[in-house]
Design a binder for this molecule. Structure first.
Ligand SMILES: Cc1ncc(C[n+]2csc(CCOP(=O)(O)OP(=O)(O)O)c2C)c(N)n1
Ligand SMILES: [Mg+2]
Length: 361
C-alpha cells in the first residue's frame, strides 16, 4: 500500500487553535469554570507514573506470572485531567492503558495492584488483568479486548444516564488506532443524533501497536472528523494537564446542558513500547523530542510556579508515594488468586439455564 510521505508520528503541531473547529466548542462559560486542582492532579499524575514504573519492575522481576504491561507512561495528563474533570456520578469507559484515570476516580492502590495481579477479590474477579478492568463502584464501566468497542457502549451508557435524569455523563477514552474502527463511527453518529451526554476523548499518540499514524490515518488532524458527525471537535495538547482538565470541563458542561457530545483529540506520545519488552520502531530523535514534552515535569513546574508546593515537598511526595506503592503491592500479593474451579463461574448462567430456555419457548 502506498504510504504518504510523512515522518514517524509527524502530525501537525500541538496548538489547540491550529484547527478552526477547535475554537467552536460551545457550552460552559470558561470564566465560571473552577480552576484546575493542580496540586492534587500533580499528586495523582506522579502516583500513576510511579505505579506504572513499579509494575514494569515487578513484571521484569519474574516473581509472579502476570499480564504483560501496556504502560501509559507519557500520556498520564489525559487520564488524570479527564478523571478530575468528571463529576461523581459520571461514568468512564477507559482505553486499554488509561489506568491513571482510575486513580483520578479514587480507585485505591491495593485495588489497582489486585487488578494487575489478577486476584480473585479485584473488580475483574481474577478473570482479567487491569487492562480490561471495570470498577463499577468508582464509576468505571470498563472496556474489553476488542479495540474501540467501548465507543458505542459509551453512547449507550450516556443515553441510560440521561434517562435516569440526574445530569450525569459518560466519558470514553480510546486510541487513535481505535478511532478507525467501525464502532467509532457508529457510536459517534448515534451519540450526535440523540444528543447523548458523552465526551469522546482520543488519546492521539500517533501509533497503533507497531504501525505509525500515516499507515492508518489519511489526515493530519483527527478532530476534523467531528464536523462530519455534527459535534464540536477540539484538538489539545494532551501533555498539558490543565488544558486537558479545562477542555473536559467545557465538554462535560455542554453535555449536561443537553447539547450533546464533543470529540476531544488530545495529542500525546506513549514513551514506552506498545507492550513492555517489545521493540519500538520510533527513532531515538523522535522519542527525545517527546520526552522533552513529558507531562510530569511540566505539571511539576506549573505547581512550583503557582507556589502550591516547594521542591522539597514534591521530592518528599515522590518518596512517600513510592513507599505506598510498594506496601500496596505486598498487601495485594497476599490476596487469593482465582482457583481453577471458579473459572467458569462468570461465564455460564448460575442455575438451570437450559430449563429456562426451554420454558421460554
Ligand atoms: C479489534 C481489534 N483489533 C486489533 C486488536 C489488537 N490491538 C490491541 S491494542 C492495538 C493498538 C491500539 O492502538 P490505539 O488505539 O492507537 O491505542 P494505543 O495502543 O496507541 O494506546 C491493537 C491493534 C484488538 N485488541 N482489537
Ligand atoms: Mg495510538
Amino acid at each position: 500500500m502506498a504510504q504518504p510521505d510523512r515522518e514517524v508520528g509527524g502530525r501537525a503541531q500541538l496548538t489547540s487553535d491550529s484547527n478552526p473547529i477547535s475554537r467552536a466548542v460551545a457550552g460552559g462559560d470558561p470564566a465560571q469554570a473552577p480552576s484546575p486542582p493542580l496540586r492534587e492532579m500533580y499528586r495523582t499524575l506522579l502516583l500513576a507514573r510511579l505505579f506504572d514504573e513499579a509494575q514494569i519492575r515487578f513484571y521484569k522481576s519474574g516473581k509472579e506470572k502476570m499480564e504483560s504491561v501496556h504502560s501509559y507512561i507519557g500520556q498520564e495528563a489525559i487520564g488524570v485531567g479527564i478523571g478530575y474533570a468528571m463529576a461523581a456520578g459520571d461514568q468512564l469507559l477507559p482505553s486499554l492503558r488509561s489506568r491513571p484515570a482510575f486513580f483520578a476516580r479514587g480507585v485505591p492502590l491495593l485495588v489497582q495492584w489486585a487488578g494487575v495481579l489478577g486476584r480473585a477479590d479485584s473488580p475483574g474477579r481474577g478473570l482479567t488483568g487491569s487492562r480490561h478492568m471495570a470498577a463499577l463502584q468508582y464509576g468505571i464501566v470498563g472496556t474489553t479486548g476488542i479495540l474501540g468497542a467501548q465507543i458505542p457502549v459509551a453512547t449507550g451508557v450516556a443515553m441510560a444516564l440521561e434517562a435516569r435524569g440526574a445530569g450525569d455523563c459518560a466519558v470514553c477514552l480510546f486510541g487513535d488506532g481505535a478511532a478507525n474502527r467501525g464502532d467509532c463511527h457508529e457510536g459517534m453518529n448515534m451519540a450526535a443524533i440523540y444528543r447523548a451526554p458523552v465526551v469522546f476523548v482520543c488519546e492521539s499518540n500517533g501509533v497503533a501497536e507497531s504501525q505509525e499514524w500515516s499507515s492508518y490515518m489519511p489526515i493530519d488532524d483527527l478532530s476534523v472528523r467531528a464536523q462530519a458527525y455534527g459535534m464540536p471537535g477540539i484538538r489539545i495538547d494532551g501533555n498539558d494537564i490543565a488544558a486537558v482538565y479545562e477542555a473536559a470541563q467545557q465538554a462535560l458542561a455542554r453535555a449536561r446542558e443537553g447539547k450533546g457530545p464533543t470529540l476531544i483529540v488530545a495529542d500525546t506520545c506513549r514513551l514506552h513500547a506498545h507492550v513492555e519488552g517489545l521493540p519500538d520502531f520510533r527513532t531515538a530523535e523522535f522519542m527525545k523530542t517527546w520526552a522533552g514534552r513529558d507531562p510530569l515535569p511540566r505539571a511539576r513546574a506549573a505547581v512550583l510556579e503557582a507556589g502550591l508546593a516547594s521542591e522539597r515537598e514534591l521530592d518528599e511526595l515522590r518518596v512517600s508515594l513510592d513507599l505506598e506503592i510498594e506496601q500496596a503491592l505486598a498487601a495485594a500479593r497476599e490476596l487469593p488468586v482465582l482457583e481453577a474451579e471458579g473459572l467458569e463461574r462468570y461465564v455460564f448462567h448460575e442455575g438451570d439455564a437450559t430449563t429456562t430456555i426451554r420454558e421460554d419457548r
